[in-house]
Write a protein that binds this ligand. Structure first.
Ligand code: FRU
Length: 496
């Protein structure tokens, strides 16, 4: 067949167009492959160092996430509040830095609330402010051997959290000479006389103090908790006080307290207390030590504020690392990811109340292809997926790559274990290659495993027991082997 000049031209233009259109896809694919260990559906900053989640607040359909951030290095340094937002808790848009260090100090962890009644007077009544409450950490003070270098400051936003201005009268809660005095988490609560007040939960050395305020500016001590109860192997940090419905309909108060070191797997972890809270007094139900997550890599997590009551959930996110080795893990241009978002609720087992952490519902919506696993061994659909299965009480499965690196998950003798001792790179810290176990005296029925390039999150019975663990395989795991007790398994590619 012969073509005239016009036909030839049309052919080249169409071919060129086709090539141009297919090009970006190629590039995107290659880019996401370039950065080893970069997760796909967990939040990571594009570059720099990140630790604790801060100031999480929901406003007008958007979930705002602030975080401890040092943009100039991949190790901890002068702390800023980085900022990202999402409408589905999976796709995050990184925004300009929200809070910069100033003459009072670095900006440490804290929270944010919607001051709907404009109690602070920081906004006009028609446009009430969001108020962020954070800790200042004065480095010069610390270096010169003082003990009063941490204090609480506030900032406000009149444009739905996009930009923030610091309050000119900072600090609002100065220090009285206590070295560790930080991480304010504020919520509005009703006192026993029916009056609504702002209640701040603050970590002070290895205990908690509660401060009360009518206007987010003037604070007075209302109560203390923690002496002689709970785990005290390290300093207490990043608390959160959350009312939750118990299965019998009663309201219980859950006090989350992160501790570093002194966690069950060495280094950092989050314990919690269950009790009653009245007028600044927390009364625990018992003296049992409870852990929110038995894996080594979920720290400093707290819950979102200002969720509409129609959502009826306590939405949580944690920092997916451990101070033991967080600054040494082998990622390149950035360090650390957040956990997936989780919903915290109470359940009862053998007469004991415990908190369960279930994967947020959003993870069930935003999904790609589903692959049934037939047979004992299956190829994995990439490095980022969910594996969902029914399990018998004792079960075991292995993810592995062609180099013989593997991570093994088992349930035996009442313990759920994740063995990452041969999972890949671990030379950066002697405690990384280890087996982590959680006691589970009751029956295991189902599992959900979220893997995302360099992490695994295991939820047994929809989060009755959770283990979160980082992993750094030299090459992505290619295969899953269902060794025993795993039925009806499905692999789901996450993110379409
Ligand atoms: C917890 C923590 C907080 C502090 C912040 C500093 O990981 O130590 O207590 O506010 O990190 O970055």
């Amino acid at each position: 067949m012969r073509f005239n000049l016009t036909q030839k031209l049309i052919f080249f233009v169409l071919a060129g167009l086709f090539f141009a259109c297919s090009q970006p896809q190629e590039i995107v694919f290659q880019q996401s492959n370039l950065e080893e260990y970069r997760p796909v559906y967990h939040f990571t900053p594009a570059k720099g160092w990140m630790n604790d989640p801060n100031g999480m607040i929901y406003i007008d359909g958007e979930y705002h996430l602030f975080y401890q951030y040092y943009p100039d290095s991949t190790v901890w340094g002068p702390m800023h509040w980085g900022h990202a937002k999402s409408t589905n808790l999976i796709d995050w848009e990184e925004l300009p830095i929200a809070l910069y260090p100033d003459s009072l100090g670095y900006i440490f962890s804290g929270s944010a609330v919607y001051d709907q009644e404009n109690s602070s007077g920081l906004g006009p009544k028609e446009n009430p402010p969001l108020v962020a409450i954070f800790s200042y950490h004065n480095m010069e003070g610390e270096r010169s051997g003082k003990t009063d270098y941490q204090s609480q400051g506030i900032a406000f936003s009149l444009d739905k959290g996009n930009t923030w201005e610091k309050y000119s009268g900072n600090p609002v809660l100065p220090n009285q000479g206590i070295k560790d005095f930080r991480d304010p988490k504020v919520r509005k609560i009703k006192n026993s006389n029916g009056k609504e007040v702002w209640m701040m939960t603050l970590a002070v050395l290895d205990q908690i103090q509660f401060y009360q305020s009518d206007n987010l500016i003037d604070w007075k001590l209302a109560g203390e908790f923690g002496k002689g109860i709970g785990a005290h192997g390290g300093v207490w940090e990043c608390p959160d006080l959350i009312p939750m419905n118990a299965p019998n309909g009663e309201t219980k108060w859950i006090l989350l307290v992160s501790i570093n070191p002194g966690g069950p797997q060495k280094g950092s972890a989050t314990q919690y207390f269950i009790g009653d809270f009245n007028d600044g007094q927390f009364e625990p139900d018992d003296t049992m030590i409870r852990w929110l997550d038995y894996g080594p890599d979920n720290y400093a997590g707290v819950t979102w504020s200002n969720l509409p009551s129609s959502q009826n959930r306590n939405l949580f996110i944690g920092w997916m690392s451990n101070w033991l080795y967080a600054q040494m893990v082998p990622t390149s241009s950035w360090r650390s990811a957040m956990t997936i978002a989780r919903e915290l609720s109470l359940f009862e087992i053998d007469g004991t109340l415990l908190v369960k952490s279930s994967p947020a519902k959003e993870l069930e919506v935003n999904r790609g292809e589903v692959f049934e696993i037939s047979g004992k061994s299956s190829n994995l659909p990439g490095a980022s997926f969910e594996l969902k299965a029914e399990v018998e009480n004792d079960f075991s499965l292995i993810f592995s790559n062609e180099l013989g690196e593997k991570v093994t998950i088992t349930r035996e003798m009442g313990l759920i274990n994740i063995d990452r001792s041969k999972s890949g790179r671990s030379e950066f810290h002697p405690d990384f290659a280890a087996v982590h176990s959680a006691p589970m005296s009751w029956e295991a029925k189902s599992i959900r495993i979220f893997m995302d390039a360099s992490s695994i999150e295991l939820f047994v019975n929809d989060g009755e027991i959770v283990l979160t663990s980082l992993l750094f395989p030299s090459s992505p795991y290619k295969t899953v082997e269902l060794i025993s007790g795993v039925n009806d398994a499905e692999l789901i590619r996450l993110k379409k």
